[in-house]
Design a protein around this ligand. Structure first.
Ligand code: PEP
Ligand code: MG
Length: 893
């Protein structure tokens, strides 16, 4: 029999998939004996059943009744009881943390009768009416679908009418009036009354939280974080405790270490006389956690103790939500906390030094995406003038862009290619699209744990929050700092590491982590922590990491970054620029002699290119790919040529002979589908002399390097092979030329000859192809294109966002390898290739070679190496090390 509801006492942290992170961790804290208000969790399974049928799953109501009765018995009060009501919070919580993206309803159980009882037992009418107005507002917006702005508007009007700076300036009578106004709004908008039955309130809240899984901001967030759409959310139902009972109460958020820098020691915000979301919504300014020590020393000491217990239990940074009710501390939530990339590296290294985790575990706590972010440039401090404003450094990095004042404008300008900074008084979860589109987020209010900060940190977006000197006027689309007015569109620079805002575009400099990869040496805590993670990764990884490099400079940089060779040297750029004329001459040649002359002219240029790369990678393998793109890509544009010729004819002139010849060639070579046309090995087989010229250039470069005392290790790679016969013919030609150059020079030149596997047919006949190939390299760009039938040049812009919206995939298959389809072809090719040729060397050189999730796949598929762009080499090294360790779980994100 399926259980849809678990008591806190019956769950534990490993049940995050079923109980969501919140439910599982509340259960864990309950087991640890921490002061958690009692409650129960409705599972993600119930949510999935609801989402697939649209109806409440059978048996759920009965189970909730049983668990509620137990809760009521333990409390000695009934839900909504007329003389002393038990009140509940109903909160969302998925397996992966999605902060603020789904719904929460507090104070469930209040109605026109129990509000009076609450006033009596609490001794505070104001508190009772404040709680009731919060319930009606949250219920109206979340459950009944009323536009939340109508409630916010009514609240703001009342504050204005009373001259109140914030909600604390409203008294019990004001709030009672507000409840009546809210109820009218609900009636007008929905034709329904706010339900007075506490059980009906609870039932509808649970279903509304289920439904919020598919709310717009939740879907956008999942897409961005690659969280699958089919997981569903759990719903936690918990006895309310109150932080809004007066000045001796409050709510807070705490981290066991600084989530921005990783520095040890408690960190957080506290808001006296406040409930639930008030702390993160930034509606009033919070005080630092340390102030709690003065306000409630006893609660503070207990909190510090619980933080120590949690950190040593979870063996990681924990974040905590808590409430102080009349001086008494209650723990409302904990989880392994989100952190910046910098903090992830620093904390991992510190926990190793503290003996809490092993170096291997530390490697599991950092990631390639974060490392890539740390390699981004920072502002040049020598060029920084006085800041325009200061705020809290909430999410590090440096970003420049035009100031915009709402989410829609940020999205609109970003789509047009502009870099923007989203400036808001405070952000709400509805600002998510704008936060994704922006380079940085700047807010006037809110602490480091405000919504803006938490979400930006999670996304790696630069953020400065709580910049109180700025006055944001969204209506007038500007912000002011003293007498300076910054209009929409003005470029500003935001430093999320320092918490400063500057007018204009500040120049950028390399990050210390990038400098470390370039030049070595150790330095700050962060660089040291990165270095240690890299050493650990290198010591455990099975995958080699090579680089895709086409120039000596790129090859040299890749080597400094730790590349163990070049996995792909594309030769096409060697046919561009001034050399285009030689390619044209080769194509237009009227006879063999003319063609030979053009190829002879290209030969020394190519030889020089290869010698440079072989020198930069001396002693390491360099895989050189023979020419791949169709030759007409090196000729002028067909339409331009046709217009030139036609215009001359229209003027009655004789068109330029060269242009006419070129146009003839371009027309002959024109292809509707060049990606599927005369390219790759096909080109080598039908254009005489081309392969011979390239192989001769490689072989002569090898000879030159050997004579210079080097240890060149060139490998020759044939692209786009679909049948073993193609490779057999091409290989014979390659070997003929290698033998020729060996003979002429007296230097024996041995280059392994291999092939790219980038067509499904190649993967499916890999056993036969391995008979002719000394190595395989998966060209996953083309293999993805040809497996899906997706044009790699067109589809991402054309319809991928619709596919992502519909959940057909959670990431573009051109970015993260499609394990089921393309991955299956890779596994087949690896297995059959190695069966035919034991020890066959196999790598990958498509873009996926530098993508963290894909590197993990290549490791499990048994590849020997990945090859990626030089800047991704450290990322691939780190991820290859992580892949060699254990798999991923829910808490890993
Ligand atoms: C590939 O197809 O994955 C590949 C590396 O080749 P290119 O991107 O040059 O087609
Ligand atoms: Mg390719």
């Amino acid at each position: 029999m399926v259980h849809y509801v678990y008591d806190f006492a019956d769950g534990h942290r490993d049940l995050a998939g079923l109980l969501g992170g919140k439910g599982a961790n509340l259960a864990e804290m309950t087991r640890l004996g921490l002061p958690v208000p009692p409650g129960f969790t409705v599972t993600t399974e119930a949510c999935r059943a609801f989402l697939s049928t649209g109806a409440e799953p059978d048996g759920l109501a009965g189970e909730i009744s049983v668990h509620l009765a137990a809760l009521e018995d333990a409390a000695g009060r009934r839900l909504g009881q007329c003389d002393d009501p038990l009140l509940l919070s109903v909160r969302s919580g998925a397996c992966f943390s999605m902060p603020g993206m789904m719904e929460t309803i507090l104070d469930v159980g209040l109605n026109d009768d129990s509000v009076a009882a609450l006033a009596k037992v609490s001794g505070s009418e104001r508190f009772a009416w404040d709680s009731y107005r919060r319930l009606v507002q949250m219920f109206g917006a979340t459950v009944m679908g009323v536009d939340g702005a109508l409630f916010e508007g009514a609240l703001a009007d009342l504050r204005r009418a009373r001259g109140a700076a914030d909600d604390l300036g409203l008294d019990a009578a004001d709030l009672a009036g507000l409840v009546a106004t809210y109820k009218d709004v609900i009636r007008q908008e929905t034709g329904e009354d706010f339900p007075q039955s506490p059980r009906e309130q609870l039932r509808r809240c649970v279903l509304a939280v289920f439904a919020s899984w598919n709310g717009e901001r939740a879907r956008i967030y999942r897409r961005r974080e690659h969280i699958p759409d089919n997981l569903g959310t759990a719903v936690t139902v918990q006895t309310m405790v109150f932080g809004n009972l007066g000045p001796d109460s409050g709510s807070g958020v705490a981290f066991t270490r600084d989530p921005a820098t990783g520095r040890p020691g408690p960190y957080g915000d506290y808001l006296p006389n406040a409930q639930g979301e008030d702390v993160v919504a930034g509606i009033r300014d919070t005080v630092p956690l340390s102030a709690l020590a003065e306000l409630h020393p006893d609660a503070y000491d207990r909190l510090r103790e619980h933080m120590r217990v949690l950190e040593s239990h979870y063996r990681d940074l924990c974040d905590i939500e808590f409430t102080v009710e009349r001086g008494r501390l209650w723990m409302l939530q904990t989880r392994v906390g989100k952190r910046t990339a910098e903090a992830a590296f620093v904390i991992a290294a510190e926990l190793v030094d503290e003996g809490v985790i092993t170096a291997e575990e530390a490697l599991g706590r950092v990631g390639g995406e974060g490392l890539a972010r740390l390699m981004f440039p920072r502002f040049d401090t020598s060029a920084l003038g006085a800041p325009l404003a200061h705020g809290l450094p909430a999410s590090p990095g440096a970003a420049t862009g035009a100031a915009v004042f709402d989410s829609a404008e940020a999205v609109r300008r970003a789509a047009a290619g502009e870099q923007v900074v989203l400036v808001r008084e405070e952000t709400t979860p509805d600002d998510l699209p704008g936060m994704i589109a922006a380079q940085a987020v700047l807010t006037g209010r809110g602490g480091r744990t405000s919504h803006a900060a938490v979400v930006a940190r999670g996304m790696g977006t630069v953020c400065v929050c709580g910049a109180e000197e700025i006055a944001v006027n969204t209506g007038a689309r500007c912000f002011t700092v003293g007498h300076t007015v910054v209009e929409e569109g003005t470029v500003i620079s935001v430093d999320g590491s320092e918490g400063t805002v500057h007018l204009g575009a500040v120049p950028l400099v390399d990050s210390p982590v990038l400098r470390y990869f370039e030049a070595g040496g150790r330095g700050t805590g962060l660089v040291d922590a990165v270095a240690r993670a890299m050493e650990q990764a290198d010591s455990v990884r099975a995958l080699e990491v090579r680089a895709n490099a086409d120039t000596p400079e790129d090859a040299a940089r890749a080597r400094r970054f730790g590349a163990q060779g070049v996995g792909l040297c594309r030769t096409e750029h060697m046919f561009l620029g001034e050399r285009r004329a030689l390619v044209e001459a080769m194509i237009l040649a009227r006879d063999k002699a003319e063609q030979g002359e053009a190829l002879d002219a290209l030969l020394p240029l190519q030889r020089e290119d290869f010698a440079g790369i072989l020198a930069a990678m001396d002693g390491l393998p360099v895989t050189i790919r023979l020419l791949d793109p169709p030759l007409h890509e090196f000729l002028p544009d067909r339409t331009d040529l046709a217009v030139r010729v036609a215009a001359a004819e229209a003027r009655g002139e004789v068109p330029d002979g060269h242009a006419v010849d070129l146009l003839g060639a371009v027309n002959r070579m024109h292809e509707e589908n060049p990606m599927l046309g005369l390219r790759g090995v096909r080109l080598g087989l039908v254009v005489p002399g081309l392969v011979a010229m390239q192989v001769r250039a490689i072989a002569e470069a090898v000879v030159e390097r050997v004579r210079a005392g080097g240890r060149p290790r060139a490998e020759i790679m044939v692209p786009l092979v679909g049948a073993v016969e193609e490779l057999r013919i091409e290989r014979a030609e390659v070997e003929r030329v290698l033998a020729e150059v060996s003979e002429e020079s007296g230097v024996p030149v041995h280059c392994p000859v291999g092939t790219m596997i980038e067509l499904p047919r190649a993967a499916l006949t890999a056993g036969r192809i391995a008979g002719e190939a000394e190595f395989f390299s998966f060209g996953t760009n083309d293999l993805t294109q040809t497996t899906w039938g997706f044009s790699r040049d067109d589809v991402e812009a054309a319809f991928f966002s619709a596919y992502l919206d519909k959940g057909i995939f959670t990431a573009s298959p051109f970015e993260t390898l499609d394990h089921d389809g393309v991955g299956r072809l890779i596994r087949i090719a690896v297995e059959e290739g190695r069966a035919a040729r034991p020890g066959l060397k196999i790598g990958v050189c498509g873009e996926h070679g530098g993508d963290p999730a894909s590197v993990r796949f290549f490791h499990t598929a048994g590849l020997d190496y990945v090859s990626c762009s030089p800047f991704r080499v450290p990322v691939a090294r780190l991820e290859a090390g992580r892949a060699a360790l254990d798999g991923e779980g829910c808490d890993d994100r």
